[in-house]
Design a protein around this ligand. Structure first.
Ligand SMILES: Cc1cc2nc3c(=O)[nH]c(=O)nc-3n(C[C@H](O)[C@H](O)[C@H](O)COP(=O)(O)OP(=O)(O)OC[C@H]3O[C@@H](n4cnc5c(N)ncnc54)[C@H](O)[C@@H]3O)c2cc1C
Ligand SMILES: *[C@@H]1O[C@H](CO)[C@@H](O)[C@H](O)[C@H]1NC(C)=O
Ligand SMILES: *[C@@H]1O[C@H](CO)[C@@H](O)[C@H](O)[C@H]1NC(C)=O
Ligand SMILES: *[C@@H]1O[C@H](CO)[C@@H](O)[C@H](O)[C@H]1NC(C)=O
Ligand SMILES: *[C@@H]1O[C@H](CO)[C@@H](O)[C@H](O)[C@H]1NC(C)=O
Length: 466
């Protein structure tokens, strides 16, 4: 993931070759000539350039020819039209021109507070602090530093998802620069664009929900308590019917030391008696769950890559329910692979995010590219590993995929029908087949791409391609 920037573009001489074959430096200069003075183009060695290409995981950063910070949809449109053809690498990084969305940074609440306009260059932290004290809030990211745009376009699993669905189910409109440079506002009446979202979003109009103080925080627990924890997590997942309640238990191992980070959340100042008792009765190392503002809760959760400067990857597997057997398997994997990876890499970090939601979580929105099937609830488990050496990349990413397969197999062995369940694109590795994320929607998405984006401009922007 990368904070605040979007990918993109460009250029290597095009097959529709202009007489003047273009390279990325030429395009940078051309863009600088054409955009307004409130936007900027930056080159290597400048501070802005370094910020624009930086990613949360170093392994996602690439050196671009220049970075552009458009400040208006019109200037962004100019940049998009400046784009050509590419041999593209990376989901939101490029060796061409990096477009940084950081100047799309406004949060504007409507007069009646029913919706809020959010610039596509923001991270959720900015949105929550702008709304803090307003009495309303949105369905957004769970931890600090995550970008609004990529999170939302992929789906968006929030603390409030059991109550209101995914972030994508809580959108009233998008402002979009289409692949041909046209600036448009998309609402549910624009069926294909609404479904597929092909273009660069400059602004999201999000539906708001009333917000009081919340209760929650981070509880850390040592590996000696894994047995009790597994039972408590399985019980909570199976029994909790209160949609205001959410937990995010992460089994992790930092340089061979296993443990759990458990985030507990209740969307109200005080949780009902008993709801979190079994979880909180497990002896813990630290516990800062308390009544606080939503912004304070999210801001309090550690979300830096724990081993600064390391490489990182996500992999995902969907299950219908977190049973004791699945949690026991995850416990074993955490302990075993935390130790085994240390034999290949100097300092591995491994983690398994267990994400129980109410099974009704997909019932809040109209059909959308993701999730491809809203008829039953799937829990989007995330494997997140981090390590030091790029020489370990292939091996560790291969291990992650095997472990995800083993978790799926354990669910299938318990009669969960998840052999072919879709997985969450925002947690999926880049070589994931489209059909694994978008299911039977792939054909429709390809047709929409052909109509809206015949030159495949968005193919220059990274992300999954159609
Ligand atoms: C610490 C951490 C916590 C996370 N927590 C959650 C969570 O709680 N729930 C959840 O659902 N996911 C979570 N994620 C996953 C997250 O949704 C993805 O990493 C997502 O891609 C982040 O979006 P971004 O805008 O920050 O990333 P970016 O890398 O900026 O963008 C991701 C993709 O979106 C595209 N994109 C970006 N901006 C635009 C735009 N303006 N218009 C069109 N396309 C654009 C990019 O081309 C790229 O392909 C988490 C990730 C991390 C690293
Ligand atoms: C790109 O073009 C510029 C100016 O036209 C030239 O100086 C530079 O060497 C070119 N770079 C490449 C990689 O072709
Ligand atoms: C949850 O369900 C389990 C059975 O799956 C049961 O043993 C346990 O007592 C229940 N817990 C609560 C808090 O209701
Ligand atoms: C987990 O490991 C323990 C101890 O090695 C073993 O007895 C148990 O069968 C394993 N469970 C699973 C689900 O892998
Ligand atoms: C740009 O694309 C949109 C969507 O396909 C289309 O409606 C519009 O006419 C196009 N505009 C131009 C100038 O080509």
């Amino acid at each position: 993931m990368l904070l605040r920037t979007l990918p993109v573009l460009l250029l290597v001489p095009s097959t529709r070759a202009s007489p003047r074959a273009r390279n990325a430096s030429d395009v940078c200069a051309q863009i600088a000539d054409q955009i307004s003075s409130t936007s900027g183009v930056f080159y290597p060695l400048s501070v802005q350039y370094a910020q624009d290409i930086k990613h949360w995981a170093d392994s996602s950063t690439q050196q671009s020819a220049c970075s552009v910070e458009p400040s208006t949809p019109e200037d962004l449109s100019t940049v998009v039209k400046g784009g050509g053809h590419t041999t593209n690498v990376g989901f939101s990084s490029t060796t061409g021109v990096q477009i940084a969305m950081s100047r799309f940074d406004k949060v504007t609440l409507s007069a009646d507070k029913s919706t809020v306009d959010v610039g596509a260059g923001l991270i959720w932290d900015d949105v929550y602090s702008a709304l803090d004290g307003s009495g309303v809030n949105v369905v957004g990211g769970r931890v600090p530093g995550v970008g609004v745009a990529g999170f939302t376009l992929g789906g968006g699993y929030s603390w409030k998802t059991s109550q209101y669905g995914l972030t994508i189910d809580n959108i009233a409109a998008y402002e979009l620069v289409l692949p041909n440079g046209t600036i448009t506002t998309v609402t549910a009446t624009d069926e294909d664009l609404w479904f597929a979202l092909r273009g660069i979003v400059t602004k999201f109009t999000l539906v708001t929900h009333l917000q009081t103080d919340v209760w929650g925080g981070l509880v850390t627990i040592t590996a000696s308590q894994f047995d009790k924890l597994n039972k408590a997590v399985a019980d909570f997942s199976a029994n909790s019917t209160d949609k205001k309640a959410a937990i995010l238990p992460t089994y992790n191992s930092i340089v061979t030391q296993p443990g759990m980070s458990l985030i507990v959340f209740y969307d109200g100042p005080t949780p009902p008696d008993g709801l979190f008792d079994e979880l909180l009765a497990v002896p813990h190392f630290t516990n800062d769950a308390k009544t606080r503002s939503f912004a304070d809760l999210v801001g309090s959760i550690p979300s830096n890559n724990p081993l600064e400067g390391h490489r990182a990857a996500f992999t995902s597997v969907s299950v219908l329910q977190y049973t004791p057997a699945i949690l026991q398997l995850v416990t074993n994997m955490t302990i075993e692979w935390g130790a085994r990876l240390a034999l290949t890499d100097a300092s591995p970090f491994i983690s398994f995010d267990i994400e129980p939601f109410d099974p009704s979580l997909f019932s809040y929105g109209a059909p959308s590219a993701y999730p491809p099937d809203r008829s039953r609830g799937l829990m989007p488990t995330n494997l997140y590993f981090s390590w030091q050496s790029d020489k370990s990349d292939d091996f560790i990413i291969g291990v992650m995929k095997n472990l995800a397969d083993d978790i799926r197999a354990a669910a299938v062995a318990e009669s969960q029908d998840v052999e072919d369940a879709f997985i969450y694109g925002n947690y999926a590795p880049s070589d994931t087949p489209l059909v694994d994320v978008y299911g039977s929607n792939v054909d429709r998405l390809r047709q929409i791409r052909a109509t809206v984006d015949p030159g495949d401009v968005m193919g220059l922007a990274g992300g999954f391609r159609f």
